[in-house]
Design a protein around this ligand. Sequence first.
Ligand code: GDP
Ligand code: IMO
Ligand code: MG
Length: 434
Amino acid sequence: MSNCVVLGAQWGDEGKGKIVDLLAKSADWVARYAGGANAGHTVKVGDTRFALHLVPTGILSSQARCLIGHGVVLDLPALFTEIDSLVKAGIKVEDRLFVASATHLVLPHHKLLEEQAEECRSDAEKIGTTMRGIGPAYADKIARRGVRAGDLLDPDRLVRSVRQAIDYWDRITNGLLTSKGCTTESVVQQLQPCVARLTPMIVDGPRLLDDAIRQGQSIVYEGAQGTLLDIDFGTYPYVTSSSTTVGGACTGLGIPPSAIGRVIGVVKAYTTRVGNGPFPTEALNDDGKRLQKGGNEFGTTTGRCRRCGWLDLVALKYAVRVNGITHVAITKLDVLDEFDEIPVCVAYDHRGERSTEVPLDGARLGEVKPVYRMMPGWKQPTAGLTDCGDLPPAAKDYVKFVCGTLGVKMLMISTGPERDETIICGQNAELVSV
Ligand code: GDP
Ligand code: IMO
Ligand code: MG
């Protein structure tokens, strides 16, 4: 299989972890290109549930090696906690996990600043971030005062770069950092135990991937979050601070667009969102609660309840367009098993005007009313199915309607959290293409 990007087509938590895990079985490399410890990618292997935040999901496939690309912002204590728990669960990490030297670090002041930023906003304006320091870490990167993984290799450079960031923010906040005990010395001291552990992992990421590509190795580029959380293409300002879309794979790993074969959009069979911001198909009724319960929609990272609603084909068409999605993997089809009818949003209505485009203006997206097409439910269990031929006709119609409207090929249909609860559509002409 050609090298592929796997990205979220909605607001995150689509089930990227499960899909990357399946693809990773035949990959030489899995390289994560964006986000940080805000992500939570869950993979269920037998009785063990792995929640990966920073380590690429490929770590669970023993033949794959993993790269954390420089598009990621890296919280080192969080990384080592995650590595320790993987090792404890019997996963070999040593010599399999690498970090691009240009990867920016999330430092203690980023979390302090994020608390302040959220506190300054009114309830309606709060973004509802994961409080993992993501926004301030990317802000320091873009403002050219970030600290990078490679800085750890040179003690003087490390002190200089930490000082630049801390001095700047301490001055801007009238000594807030100092008052909280966050000084250059304390930050450097906290980083010290990480130096020896991180040093053997630091690599020239773009160079490493270039070699792998030239050798014809197979690479999965793992995204985080989702298209509608992208800093540019998402529902700004209710977004994360990175490029979650396909371009982020190039800039966040240092690969050329020609190194990408397939673009796989992971699509949950309905929609969820964590945090604030517009969500036209949100079901603020019993249906929403049923989806939440049936889909166990609680955040992997923060444990927050995910807001739930119906599939939004307008937003998905936008995701297909901005990412050039070639294939979709539909997840959690089983969660819809019990519904009599399943609404699917096919257009937006804004004050009597109908449109099939996501409005440029985020505030306007908050005002649109979804126009639904009602799809018949199948009222039969699909949970655990592995063969497309066993899908109830109404479930097949649902999936076909989604692919047909989006004009993309179906790669997989996931019918449960386990690895083998998956229908692989590749060889099945009936559902492959539209
Ligand atoms: P990610 O962030 O996109 O990797 O998604 P999360 O891991 O945050 O959330 C997806 C959740 O759904 C996880 O708990 C998965 O174990 C679970 N999951 C994935 N695919 C399926 C599926 O087809 N059916 C069900 N019921 N659960 C699934
Ligand atoms: P995965 O990779 C779902 C959301 C937060 C918040 C907004 C900004 O598991 O799909 P941030 O902490 O990034 O500044 O928060 O983005 N968010 C996610 N929602 N899945 C994620 O990751 C998310 N990562 C961030 O809830 O609304
Ligand atoms: Mg998640």
